[in-house]
Design a protein around this ligand. Structure first.
Ligand code: SF4
Length: 391
């Protein structure tokens, strides 16, 4: 259905498709027959030449995801090494430096958008309260699943595979029900809050390889908003609290998580579960209290408060790599951990706090229509569409 407004949006020759409205039709509506959407070379979505490249990258990442689940199920040692020692350690740096690249190729997003591509999505509008509820669930999942790594996921391939498959099914179902990316990528995905936290100052903005036309599925759209932070969020109090809490609590959460060791399946009991959750959640509350004190001190200084927010984001990712980068220490020279600490912490401090580019992750595609998302309706013949007049 999105295809049908393309000729309007680009002013293309659509004389064959356009039909004059009859006098009986209400004037705000125009009837447009289907046409094939092909973006102009300089449009804000990917060009016809770039499209096959992005599709190939998305297919490659989807194949990696499928292979990863296969490894986790049938060769767990290799699957766990690939998942927790390669993909996940690279992800924070990627979503910090080039979040748009990740958003364009994430295999879970490809699953989520599959119903759109297959033409079976119901395209229901996500209500504001729905986005807030899904955001709350997504963030709760983040704080529940990460400690679970210590008591199962880090060593149990089957459990990790089940988690990934469950997420893929939910992403697909949400993509079948809701408009564009509103059911998963911009709301329910548990990784999305981390993208918002670390992806504040991307080094590069990509064209949007997911949305041909913007249907305004999410407001604000995390992909298209320059200088997005967790606190640039919806109007509900829940969303505003979640954004603020994430910024303040995450450095402590990451630090606390590293204070717990991995438990083998036969060691997991009540004590292990309590330890796995008390350290990160306790530290995240301490971190949030410190953050709120800082916010109170700078309550009259917006600029200083913004720096405080970015400093907490830099502290979270620096803490992650402080503990993570030495990796298989026995294979590395003695000086490597110190060198990695000396490089990563100043780098993220500079990248997130001292730089000041106002970029978005992706360029917003041409708007389908001001009222596209909540005004469209298919006629009985299903080949004509009523599109609300663009203001
Ligand atoms: S660009 Fe538009 S359609 Fe795509 S995710 Fe953002 S708001 Fe939704």
């Amino acid at each position: 259905m999105r295809n049908n407004t393309a000729s309007q949006a680009f002013g293309r020759d659509s004389s064959r498709q356009y039909r004059e409205p009859s006098p009986r039709q209400s004037t705000p509506f125009v009837r447009v027959a289907p046409t094939r959407y092909s973006p102009l070379p300089n449009s804000r979505t990917v060009s016809p030449k770039g499209r096959p490249v992005w599709i190939a990258l998305q297919a490659a990442m989807l194949s990696v995801g499928v292979a990863l689940v296969g490894l986790l199920l049938f060769w767990p040692a290799a699957g766990i090494a690939l998942m927790w020692n390669l993909i996940i350690p690279v992800a924070p740096a990627l979503v910090t430096i080039a979040p748009g690249l990740w958003r364009n190729i994430c295999p879970m997003a490809t699953f989520h958008m599959l119903p759109q591509k297959l033409g079976i999505a119901q395209n229901r509008r996500m209500p504001e309260w729905g986005a807030a509820a899904l955001g709350l669930i997504g963030m709760t999942l983040l704080f529940v699943v990460v400690p679970m790594r210590r008591i199962g996921l880090n060593v149990d391939g089957t459990l990790t595979a089940v988690m990934l498959l469950s997420a893929a099914v939910v992403a697909f179902v949400m993509g079948s029900l809701f408009e564009m990316r509103s059911g998963w990528c911009t709301s329910l995905c548990p990784i999305h809050p981390v993208e918002r936290l670390y992806g504040t100052k991307p080094a590069i903005t990509f064209k949007n390889a997911r949305c041909d036309l913007c249907e305004g599925c999410s407001n604000p759209c995390p992909d298209s908003t320059p200088e997005l932070t967790p606190t640039v969020t919806g109007a509900t109090k829940v969303q505003q609290f979640l954004g603020n809490f994430l910024v303040g609590s995450f450095p402590g959460f990451v630090w606390g998580w590293y204070q717990v060791r991995d438990y083998a399946p036969d060691q997991v009991g009540t004590q292990a579960i309590i330890t796995a959750y008390v350290w990160p959640l306790g530290a995240c509350i301490v971190s949030y209290v410190i953050f709120k004190v800082g916010e109170h001190i700078f309550r009259h200084k917006d600029g200083a408060r913004a720096i405080l927010h970015r400093a907490f984001a830099a502290a979270a990712i620096s803490t992650y790599y402080w503990y993570r980068l030495p990796g298989p220490a026995s294979l590395l020279p003695d000086w490597f951990p110190l060198a990695s600490h000396m490089v990563t912490t100043p780098f993220f401090l500079w990248f997130l706090v001292l730089r000041s580019p106002k970029r978005s992750w992706l360029k917003r595609p041409v708007m389908a229509s001001t009222y596209w998302s909540n005004r469209f309706e298919t006629t009985a013949k299903k080949n004509l569409i009523h599109v609300g007049a663009t203001r």
